[in-house]
Design a protein around this ligand. Sequence first.
Ligand SMILES: Nc1ncnc2c1ncn2[C@@H]1O[C@H](COP(=O)(O)OP(=O)(O)O)[C@@H](O)[C@H]1O
Ligand SMILES: [Mg+2]
Length: 342
Amino acid sequence: MLAGCRRLLAAPGLDVRVLQCQPLPGGLSGSVLERCSLQVHDGAIDRTLILIHKRGAVVAGAFLRGASQREAWVYHSLRPHIPLTLPDIVAVDVDQGDIWMVPFAASKPGNHWSAAWDRDDVEQSLQDLARLHHHFWGQTAALAQHSWLARPIGRDAEALLADARAGLSALQAASAYDAVLTPAIVQQWLALAYQPQPLLDELRAAPATLLHGDAGFQNIAITKKRHRRIWYDWQLAAIGPAVLDVVTFLHPWAYPQARPPLSLPEMAELYQQAIRQTGISLEQTAWMRQLDAALLWRWLSQWAPLLGLYRQRLRNDVRERLYQVFTKVHWPALQRWSRART
Ligand SMILES: Nc1ncnc2c1ncn2[C@@H]1O[C@H](COP(=O)(O)OP(=O)(O)O)[C@@H](O)[C@H]1O
Ligand SMILES: [Mg+2]
């Protein structure tokens, strides 16, 4: 970190005299974020430097395994190749998953549940996402060198499925049902978790690219001055089909407080247009099937374990909000998927 500060301020003789950190509200991943004030001394000059510290954390479960280290690796070795604006990084420790960064410039208000974005912000962000995907489209050999990238439909699929099955079975065993998570729904998800091949075939049929992994508005800061979009929180960076990122973009807009400036299908259509403009064509019927497959795969990987295995992490207010997304987005996708196969 000291070396990073010396680089940042172009002051090779700089020392840090005092370091004081205050916790930030942070996201929901379990990572600890702090805003740190450093009293630094360089020759005769004393000054204060503010940095954001994202501390590496160990979180149980296949979905977040190695997440902190992965984000540190992105900043350490992929950053120059990513055609997006990322946070300014001062130092990373890839073994601990520790990251020191410069605070973002003032950005549009937002949190995990809503963002004060207009249509243009959505459009620009989807163009960013398409640019990222296009840049790494089909680059499987180059990406394979980064063994730390997640492989949600490759190497990691079995572990993700094992957690999904365990989560759903735990719900069943405890009869932990309610108006949204009914016995019939849990049974339907279990059936899918035990026969995932069509789902995986669908997702594996699409070319792989680099995925941000959690590409929602809660991980994109839009600066007030120049409307630059800063893409952060790369904990789930992965190799996989682009559609897996698209569903993470759509997801937070379905939260009850989100007030999206356009509908979710319109957003999916804007992404399609953006990727088409890069010269990649997506066949409409296959794309719609892939969107459903991605929604279902992500639900199994992320939400089934959280609901069944790690429910102590799930606050009641978060559950309420998630339920609204499940009812609006995931349950209909599950019904379409099942209907098409019976
Ligand atoms: N460089 C930064 N400058 C200012 N705030 C930041 C910075 N990085 C993260 N944050 C704040 O911390 C929150 C959580 O950060 P994030 O990296 O998404 O963590 P998590 O993995 O817990 O979701 C962000 O939404 C933002 O409010
Ligand atoms: Mg986040």
